[in-house]
Design a protein around this ligand. Structure first.
Ligand code: TYM
Length: 328
């Protein structure tokens, strides 16, 4: 039994990349583990958000977590800003971090590139993420490949703190799936599929209609070789569709390559779309039933209460180790 923690930002609807790279594993990891899942709204505000929009996204994300299969009887589901220990340990983690290592984070470099000014929060995003994880003595963190560097920093911060002030934090391991850790954009398959892509055809959102999914996959960039084989370098578009197809159908990439050997891209894409629809439609159906129910608030209230009890303990231990506040 391992302690698991992960989070998703409530910035728009989660993408197929979020689902296949991370959230799907959140669900399977519930078997035999102690899981804590978070809606990381404090991370979302590191870039400007419309207050009404983020409020809606928080609610939608909570319903989607449940619709995807997070079981509140087995796992804790809560909103980051409702457990103040995150911001508190986040501050402590900032004081343990070096400016240089934060400036070297790829996500910070990407998100600040070309901007005249960015928030200080964008730079201190990773220490807050470290706090999220370390507050629960987490052992395993299911994430997509883009979070690997943040996980490495989390490990460094935990080790640095423990070495200097005494053993307080468990040093977590990332859980990055062998397939699906980096679902690529449908329009530019050398780029990661992202919520914020301005090209609407690049990204499948988990609440897209069947028609939208089919249209987006049909227009996905491939190549003019007209052969279905797996080669990330030479055929990034086809390889990405094969990954998606494999994950959504449960068939291996090798099996699919053999099955589609003599078939054209048109038929292949229709079948990829069908497999995605088969995975997303039951989630969408459950989502629509949940979104109006009062159950959601009860689950989030209970989640915040349980998370707070665990987080408070670790926060106190870290404050005690640092010698801050009044101690006996
Ligand atoms: P976020 O909200 O950007 O993404 C949520 C999860 O989805 C994964 N992901 C992908 N996986 C495969 N292919 C893609 N194209 C793709 N795009 C996103 C992400 O790797 C992530 O696992 N920093 C985190 C949120 C966070 C967090 C945490 C995660 C805050 N605190 C503590 C784990 C533990 C983020 O921005 O996720």
């Amino acid at each position: 039994m391992a302690k698991i923690f992960s989070g998703v930002q409530p910035t728009s609807i989660p993408t197929l990349g979020n689902y296949l790279g991370a959230m799907r594993n959140f669900v399977t990891l519930q078997d035999g583990n102690e899981c804590i899942y978070c809606i990381v709204d404090e991370h979302a505000i590191t870039v400007p958000q419309d207050p009404k929009e983020i409020q809606k996204n928080i609610h939608n994300l909570a319903a989607l977590y449940l619709a995807m299969g997070i079981d509140p009887k087995r796992s804790i589901l809560f909103i980051q800003s409702e457990v103040p220990c995150h911001a508190q340990l986040g501050w402590i983690m900032q004081c343990v971090s070096y400016m240089g290592e934060l400036e070297r984070m790829t996500q910070f470099k990407d998100k600040s590139k070309g901007k005249q000014s960015v928030s200080a929060g964008l730079l201190t995003y990773p220490p807050l993420m470290a706090a999220d994880i370390l507050l629960y003595q987490t052992e395993l963190v299911p994430v997509g490949a883009d979070q690997k560097q943040h996980l490495e920093l989390t490990r460094d911060l935990a080790e640095r703190f423990n070495k200097k002030y005494g053993q307080v934090f468990t040093v977590p391991e990332p859980y990055i799936p062998p397939v699906g850790a980096r679902i690529m954009s449908l329009a530019e398959p050398t780029k990661k599929m992202s919520k914020s892509d301005t090209n609407r055809k690049a990204t499948i959102f988990t609440l897209d209609s069947e028609k939208e999914i089919l249209k987006k996959i049909k227009s996905a960039t491939t190549d003019d070789e007209a052969s279905i084989r797996y080669d990330r370098e030479a055929k990034p578009g086809v390889s990405n569709l094969l990954d998606i197809f494999s994950l959504c159908s449960g068939r291996s990439v090798d099996e699919l390559v053999t099955a589609y050997q003599n078939k054209g891209y048109g038929e292949f894409k229709t079948d990829v779309a069908e497999s995605v629809i088969n995975v997303l439609s039951p989630i969408q159906e459950r989502y629509h039933n949940l979104i109006e129910s009062d159950e959601l608030d009860e689950i989030l209230d209970e989640g915040a209460e349980k998370a707070y009890a665990m987080a408070k303990k670790t926060l106190s231990e870290s404050e005690q180790a640092l010698g801050i506040g009044r101690r006996n």
